[in-house]
Design a protein around this ligand. Structure first.
Ligand code: HPA
Length: 262
């Protein structure tokens, strides 16, 4: 979708700037319950924002929810835009552009991902340390910004200790989807140095860092990637694991918000 410069940014500034959100949060599949822990001040459906992409996935509510976590004002994006749904890179980046328009300095991004690293288990939460682009769509973005900085890592690890969760780390491989990978593709991705595989997040990380934001990107490892376990991979397994882990991930993100906000 071709958009008019600044239209949705101006609209969002009018809607949220006076609430002063300090942290932007993108909630991945099955992880939406974080907003239950927020003192909600204002909610805005994507459908009511001019020049903003529309959510296509049935049952996925697309909305910004602004409120407080403890005493830290945050803006959470429920629902994101995936390339496999037919969105352009420009569409995918509108959530980050929204955070930028509000001068939000810190961004937390969560997703569900397939796991390739045998040192972890499905259900683990991993910090994305760096990424590999298998889509070749990020060429317009600045190389190097996919890598988490030492400072971001330090803060992420400190918050994990505070929250009492075990935080792994790994390299995330971005694919276009929509289908899961073949076992041969996963062997190839593993040989390239990937630990996680998923269909989102990489361009958001790069654009946000390129535009001066600090980014804390996490994957919930929802399943063994294709061919790693005997069991065939299903969407149900991905959803079930996300449900199982969401309490830990929510507790972690709440703690991280406090640490960043202090
Ligand atoms: N592959 C790609 N994307 C995913 C997976 C996977 O195995 N699990 C959750 N998102």
């Amino acid at each position: 979708m071709k958009r008019n410069k600044d239209l949705f940014e101006d609209f969002l500034k009018n809607a949220f700037a006076d609430l002063g959100p300090r942290i932007g949060i993108v909630l991945g599949s099955g992880l939406n319950n974080l907003v239950d822990s927020m003192r909600i001040r204002k909610k805005l459906s994507y459908a009511d924002i001019p020049d903003f992409p529309r959510s296509t996935v049935a049952g996925h509510e697309g909305a910004f929810v602004c409120g407080d976590i403890g005493n830290v004002p945050v803006l959470a994006a429920k629902g994101r835009f995936h390339y496999y749904e037919g969105y352009s890179l420009d569409d995918i980046l509108t959530i980050m552009r929204s955070f930028r328009a509000l001068n939000i300095p810190d961004v937390i991004i969560t997703n569900a991902a397939g796991l390739m690293d045998p040192l972890h288990q499905p259900g683990d939460i991993l910090l994305i340390r760096d990424c590999i682009d298998m889509t070749h769509l990020t060429r317009a973005l600045k190389a190097g910004t996919a890598k988490t900085t030492d400072k971001e890592r330090q803060i992420a690890m400190f918050a994990a200790k505070e929250a009492g969760i075990r935080l792994g780390e790994g390299v995330y491989i971005w694919t276009t989807g929509p289908s899961y990978e073949t076992p041969a593709e996963i062997r190839y991705f593993r040989a390239l140095g990937g630990d996680l595989v998923g269909m989102s997040t990489m361009p958001e990380i790069m654009w946000a860092r390129e535009n001066g934001m600090r980014v804390y990107p996490f994957s919930c490892a929802t399943n063994w990637a294709s061919g790693i376990s005997e069991q065939p991979l299903t969407h149900e397994e991905v959803s079930e694991t996300a449900q199982r882990v969401k309490h830990d991930l929510t507790r972690y993100v709440l703690t991280l918000c406090q640490v960043i906000g202090d």
